[in-house]
Design a binder for this molecule. Structure first.
Ligand code: GDP
Length: 365
């Protein structure tokens, strides 16, 4: 399953946030593809469209789609040189698809800050530099090998050396690999390096409980926003402490608590949505009497690949798909009405599935 790693310096609120995630978390039994591990929290992706679809088809159950958050503790200054949990920590980051970088913005004299004061800019730089140092080492090792290939006049080796040089010079300027422009071919060349700083990142600004309604009054939050904007990264402002309280509540109690805080939506829900977008994911639906269900695919996936998320047999034996766009189905009011209006399409193997498509697959067994 796809996963987002939660990183940040010690004492910034990672565990508090992760506890909120597991408390609010999904019933793992519904998601057999997910990892069972105390450091992994499975979250359901909130999607208002599921409820609407359920009103149309009256299913026995509704099942949102899910993905994983992984708690990656132990990053300290010097991790790339093996300090703290050092290398172990870095190998955990290699395995995630994206990074949620938690930054402390709350002031609290009772809670020590590892660097002595709350300073989001310096915190973000510290973590980013550790990841860049680790990538620099990886790139330098590969460079030695690629240089040997040069002697044989290998064209591919030349291309590789050029790319590695560009990466090195970005690292020397404190810039991550994701800031280096690459074409698809180049991306493929270095895919097996599993660079840490090539992964998409979003910043989570952790504010105190009395700031959630108006977080931009906190200059630390503004500093995070400015830093993130320069990278083209997204910022989600939350109060980890408040999130752990919200996660304990359900239904009306939850709504009331959110209202008291002046929030429309929990920070966790906003974080989940932002992470989903960051991963380049979209949702399609299946809607039958047994269940209305959301499924996750990467943008650009074709119909057989989308079917394969349900079952590999669906992909292998794919014949075609019946597709109706979510908005068309809602406008028509029922599956039959959609059919009569000609809104139900038959699509083949080359069809690129769109966000919100309601799909029914035909396949050979
Ligand atoms: P980690 O080391 O990054 O996992 O940080 P923790 O989640 O253990 O948090 C460190 C300390 O900060 C704990 O005492 C938390 O209760 C506290 N903390 C976390 N979030 C908040 C917050 O939003 N407001 C305040 N005042 N304290 C917080």
């Amino acid at each position: 399953a796809l996963c987002v790693g939660i990183v940040g310096l010690p004492n910034v609120g990672k565990s508090t946030l992760f506890n909120a995630i597991t408390k609010a978390g999904a019933e793992a039994a519904n998601y057999p593809f997910c990892t069972i591990d105390p450091n992994v929290g499975v979250v359901e992706v909130p999607d208002e469209r599921l409820q609407k679809l359920a009103e149309i088809v009256n299913p026995q159950r509704i099942l949102p789609t899910a993905f994983e958050f992984v708690d990656i503790a132990g990053l300290v200054k010097g991790a790339s040189r093996g300090e703290g949990l050092g290398n172990k920590f870095l190998s955990h980051i290699r395995e995630v698809n994206a990074i949620a970088h938690v930054v402390r913005c709350f002031e609290d004299t009772n809670i020590t800050h590892v660097a002595g004061k709350v300073d989001p800019l310096s915190d973000m730089e510290t973590i980013n530099l550790e990841l860049i140092f680790a990538d620099m080492e990886t790139v330098e090792r590969r460079m030695e090998r690629a240089r040997k290939g040069l002697k044989g006049g290998d064209k591919k080796a030349q291309q590789e050396v050029n790319l590695l040089e560009r990466l090195k010079s970005a690292f020397e300027n404190g810039k991550p690999a994701r800031s280096v422009e690459m074409d698809d071919e180049e991306r493929l060349l270095i895919r097996d390096l599993h660079l840490l700083t090539i992964k998409p990142v979003l910043y989570v600004a952790n504010v105190s409980e009395d700031e959630v309604a108006n977080p931009d009054g906190n200059p630390n939050v503004q500093a995070v926003r400015k830093f993130a904007a320069e990278e083209g990264a997204e910022v989600v402002v939350i109060s980890a402490r408040v999130e752990s309280e919200i996660a304990e509540l359900e239904g009306e109690d939850r709504e009331m608590f959110l209202q008291e805080l002046g929030l429309q939506e929990s920070g966790l829900d906003r974080l989940i949505k932002a992470a989903y977008k960051l991963l380049g994911l979209i949702t399609y639906f299946t809607a039958g009497e047994k269940e209305v269900r959301a499924w996750t695919i990467r943008k650009g996936t074709k119909a057989p690949g989308a079917a394969g998320v349900i079952h590999s047999d669906f992909e292998k034996g794919f014949i075609r798909a019946e597709v109706v766009a979510y908005s068309d189905l809602v406008k028509a009011g029922s599956m039959n009405a959609a059919k009569e209006k000609g809104l139900l399409r038959l699509e083949g193997k080359e069809y690129v599935v769109q966000d919100g498509d309601v799909m029914h697959f035909r396949f050979n067994v």
